[in-house]
Design a binder for this molecule. Structure first.
Ligand code: SME
Length: 155
């Protein structure tokens, strides 16, 4: 299936899964599963929540990952501090990349916001170099907005 069609279907399914559910952990858990089982060529999909001055591992699919990421560290901590999506075509070329799965070769991290401030990030890894492009970024940012509309602040 063409990438835009795949994301359109994925966003529709995400809307259905989280409709009427205001529990952020449940919504992130189902979204991580949906991403992992829908997107081709990925090996990790999940969330980190901002707690104090670090990110803490949330719901995900893939191999076990590092639990704490200080703000400003790694791809996730850098995206959180900059409050912007980061697309990394080759993680080996990203200074300070935190390798949770040695198979990961490219990565995209999307901030999730409440009233404009970062409260979490969505992180997706791929074993393929250059797996993520502007189309991925644009649809995943829409997904992040959908999640934020359903109350992303963990209780
Ligand atoms: N690679 C990330 C760490 C999280 S794992 O990929 C799941 C980073 O550099 O922030």
């Amino acid at each position: 299936m063409e990438k835009k069609q795949l994301y359109t279907a994925l966003l529709n399914e995400a809307e259905c899964l989280i409709a009427g559910i205001e529990d952020p952990l449940a919504n992130c858990a189902n979204t991580a599963s949906l991403l992992y089982h829908t997107l081709p060529d990925i090996n990790w999909a999940g969330f980190y929540f901002l707690k104090g001055d670090r990110l803490v591992l949330g719901p995900f699919h893939g191999k076990p990952a590092c639990v704490y990421i200080p703000l400003g560290k790694g791809v996730c901590g850098t995206a959180a501090v900059r409050n912007e999506t980061l697309t990394v075509p080759d993680v080996h070329a990203f200074p300070g990349h935190i390798a949770c799965d040695a198979l990961s070769r490219s990565e995209i991290v999307i901030p999730l916001r409440h009233k404009g401030a970062v409260v979490a990030v969505l992180d997706i890894d791929s074993p393929k170099v250059g797996r993520f492009d502007d189309t991925d970024a644009s649809y995943l940012e829409r997904l992040a907005s959908i999640l934020s509309e359903h109350g992303l602040i963990p209780a």
